[in-house]
Ligand binder design. Structure first.
Ligand SMILES: NC(=O)c1ccc[n+]([C@@H]2O[C@H](COP(=O)([O-])OP(=O)(O)OC[C@H]3O[C@@H](n4cnc5c(N)ncnc54)[C@H](O)[C@@H]3O)[C@@H](O)[C@H]2O)c1
Ligand SMILES: O=P([O-])([O-])O[C@@H]1[C@@H](O)[C@H](O)[C@@H](O)[C@H](O)[C@@H]1O
Length: 546
């Protein structure tokens, strides 16, 4: 079994490098706040919250006029306070993202400082919502001062310093050499983590050449036998996960796909349309079952949450149905790291300001191996889809600016430019109609250091997916029998992860929200509800009504 980057399991709830207390039993939530409410109960093991969820139901009267009726739904939430020792297994561990996130966690755990041209730099988790952002807890009544807390503090979450890291790659290069190949991090930092990362070698993986660009073949020297889906591949990956758990004494493993972008799999009735057909198709070695779907099936059967950081349609209908059947968690698709993240904020601003966006042109000049893989048309097509769908909900929500079916022109171009390496250039032009025939043109030149932007998202996705495995809910009426109703987990498709993803996967039949602000609000307010706090409101009536 390949060694991994075991981090000292210190306090799973630290604010920085763990104190290396080598505790094997994870700590419970020693958060900096408690909620003082009759609706919130803290026990040694759980936080129990009685929550009233307030929405508005809208219907149309016979004259076509909307009738809005406020609704209240009562929920009980239960949070397991025990922070487990958690493993993060990456598919594509030897890639730019995989090596960068591994080095970053090691550097944070050890509190490393390294020299750069601009002077010394200290390890940090900038770009992680969980580790680098805050949320409003409330207001001090006397001073009316807003009190904000670290996002990581709102619920008892795993600390990234305590993650045990492993994974698979079709390239057998050890993580130190792969980190050099990636050419992302400063030599002075690489030097300090080289020894540990030399010991880390990705597990062999499955490789079905038709799904990624032919130009990736020269890396494929660390393979499991077989070039198409089969039960043996599913069972080998499941065994790898079990071995990783037992050999590292971790309670839970979260798996993420940060391997190459695959071409879309054809959706074939009788092959990948249902859970049973997908399992049969794997048994028969059907060539439309991709490596990422095989990993998804293995993780679902192994009850390891699986997140797809790439744009391909890993979660064919049969995979979603399988996850639902097993109550396993899945999430995706495609990390939202730079150009699209900016787009999902800027488009939200323009349209909600009543400015009629009429065209978006997005160019990418990308020089890393991801760019090399994306230089192949079928792999680019997967990315073009995920990068183009990000404005749909915001446009459709504004029927004042846009007629039904009307939307801005939107083009996405990605050019492989080896010279720029991982420092992708995103060139965007936003063109809009403004008051009385005027126009606004916004031109952006955005150097996205791709892996340094994606790595914190990988960390957030692991921490949040793991946290979701420890949150349960039940609907509550005022009747006594409701108190004995069974608690259950959230739906298998973790749409709560959408803030980190370009093309959010949602439970079948539910809407896709791409607005960055709405995505963050959903994440924040669901976690607040779990400790009995109302949704973040910026009404600040206390500052207006006196
Ligand atoms: N900002 C970002 O970096 C960003 C943003 C969004 C999405 N993504 C996606 O994340 C993925 C990784 O990006 P990257 O820059 O690290 O790419 P990369 O090419 O450096 O790394 C991908 C790794 O996957 C490995 N691989 C390919 N097929 C595999 C398989 N079947 N099993 C195991 N390993 C396999 C490759 O050998 C390589 O080491 C890409 O799909 C990319 O589109 C990246
Ligand atoms: O997240 P984002 O910056 O919009 O999108 C990025 C693309 O612009 C880029 O071509 C590719 O490097 C990354 O995989 C990522 O998908």
């Amino acid at each position: 079994m390949a060694p991994h980057a075991e981090v000292d399991s210190g306090s799973a709830y630290g604010d920085g490098p763990t104190n290396g207390n080598n505790s094997t039993t994870p700590t419970t939530n020693d958060s900096t706040f408690t909620v003082n409410s009759p609706n919130v109960t803290y026990t040694n093991n759980e936080i129990l919250s009685k929550y009233t969820y307030r929405t508005t139901s809208v219907a149309q009267d016979p004259n076509g006029k909307y009738v809005a009726t406020p609704q209240e739904t009562l929920y009980d939430f239960k949070v397991d306070r025990k922070v487990p020792k958690t493993g993060m297994m990456l598919v594509g561990w030897g890639g730019n993202n995989g090596t960068t996130v591994t080095a970053g966690i090691i550097a944070n755990r050890r509190g490393l400082v390294w020299e750069t041209r601009e002077g010394p730099r200290t390890a940090n988790y900038y770009g992680s919502v969980v580790m680098g952002s805050t949320m409003k807890l409330g207001t001090e009544p006397k001073t009316m001062k807003e009190v904000n807390i670290p996002f990581h503090d709102v619920l008892p979450m795993v600390h990234p310093n305590d993650l045990v890291i492993g994974g698979w790659d079709i390239s057998g290069m050890n993580l130190a050499e792969a980190m050099n190949r990636a050419a992302v991090l400063e030599p002075t930092l690489k030097e300090q983590v080289k020894k540990e990362m030399t010991q880390m070698v990705p597990l062999p993986s499955i490789y079905y050449p038709d799904f990624i660009a032919a130009n990736q073949e020269d890396r494929a020297d660390n393979l499991i036998d077989g070039s198409k889906a089969c039960v043996a591949h599913v069972e080998k990956i499941r065994q790898d996960i079990r071995d990783f758990k037992s050999q590292n004494n971790v309670d839970k493993v979260i798996v993420q796909w940060t391997a190459n972008t695959e071409r879309y799999a054809d959706l074939v009735p009788g092959v990948n349309d249902t859970a049973d057909n997908l399992l049969k198709a794997i048994e028969k070695g059907h060539e439309e079952v991709s490596p990422s779907t095989v990993f998804a099936v293995a993780c679902i059967l192994e009850d390891a949450p699986f997140i797809n950081g790439s744009p391909q349609n890993t979660f064919v209908p049969g995979a979603i149905e399988l996850a639902e059947k097993h109550g396993a968690f899945i999430g995706g698709d495609d990390f939202k790291s730079g150009q699209t993240k900016m787009k999902s904020a800027l488009v939200d601003f323009l349209i909600s300001a009543g400015i009629k966006l009429t065209s978006i042109a997005s160019y990418n000049h990308l020089g890393n191996n991801d760019g090399k893989n994306l230089s192949s048309q079928r792999q680019f097509r997967s990315k073009e889809i995920s990068k183009s769908s990000v404005v749909d909900d915001m446009v459709e929500a504004n029927n004042v600016l846009y007629k039904p079916g009307e939307h801005p022109d939107h083009t996405v171009v990605i050019k492989y430019m080896p010279a720029v390496g991982d420092n992708k250039r995103a060139l965007d032009e936003y063109y809009a109609e403004i008051f009385m025939g005027g126009h606004q043109t916004i031109s952006i030149f955005n150097v996205c250091e791709d892996s340094l932007l994606a790595s914190p998202l990988i960390i957030d996705l692991v921490l949040l997916a793991e946290m979701m495995t420890r949150i349960q809910w039940r609907a509550r009426a005022n009747s006594a029998e409701a108190e004995s109703a069974e608690f259950k987990g959230f739906h298998s498709v973790l749409s709560i992860l959408s803030y980190m993803l370009k093309a959010p996967l949602t439970p079948p039949g539910t809407p896709v929200i791409n607005s960055l602000a709405k995505q963050r609000a959903a994440l924040t307010n669901i976690f607040r509800a779990c400790v009995g706090l109302e949704p973040e409101s910026d009404m600040t009536l206390e500052h207006k009504l006196f």
